[in-house]
Design a protein around this ligand. Structure first.
Ligand code: FES
Length: 166
């Protein structure tokens, strides 16, 4: 489990480690779809960082794996949720309250980073700098960056999401 603040490297490493563990649990399996589904089970979808691992495992190049997964039924290359909340874990945001926002999201929704609520409505992820540090702390909901986020404002938003998700 990540602490409140995740650096870009930690996020990358965590995703990669989870994907690697999922592949390890597959033993000698070489079927791309089965391997991708194992990664998806662990991370909720098959993130771009897992594609090179899959490619290496099945002996194809990254482009070939991506194109096969795109045409494979049941494989998600994007998270499947209605609300995707990315909370900036960059230095400026973390210092100005972003770390608390990550903890708040995890405890209010009862899920860890890279996870969705059981009804698939909400997913939370850290993100390393949206390039809008002047408005820190920032988070992004479904692609829209919301700056100067306060715990109170975020709490109201999360509370509404948590109620809908129960
Ligand atoms: S550190 Fe958060 S937007 Fe730059």
């Amino acid at each position: 489990m990540l602490p409140g603040v995740a650096t870009e490297r930690e996020v990358r490493n965590l995703e990669r480690e989870r994907a690697r563990s999922a592949l390890k649990r597959c033993g000698a399996e070489k079927d791309l779809a089965r391997l991708a589904k194992a990664v998806q089970l662990s991370l909720g979808y098959v993130p771009p960082r897992a594609i090179p691992l899959l490619a290496e495992r099945v002996g194809l190049d990254v482009e070939a794996v991506t194109s096969r997964l795109e045409s494979e039924g049941g494989i998600l290359l994007e998270p499947d949720c209605r609300q995707r909340i990315e909370i900036c874990s960059g230095k400026t945001c973390a210092r100005r309250g972003g770390a608390k926002l990550i903890r708040q999201a995890r405890s209010t929704l009862g899920i860890d980073l890279f996870r969705e609520t059981p009804d698939q409505r909400v997913r939370i992820e850290p993100f390393r700098c949206f390039g809008q540090c002047a408005r820190a702390p920032n988070l992004r909901v479904n692609g829209v960056v919301q700056g100067a986020m306060t715990e109170k404002r975020f709490g109201l938003f999360l509370g509404a999401l948590a109620r809908v998700s129960k």
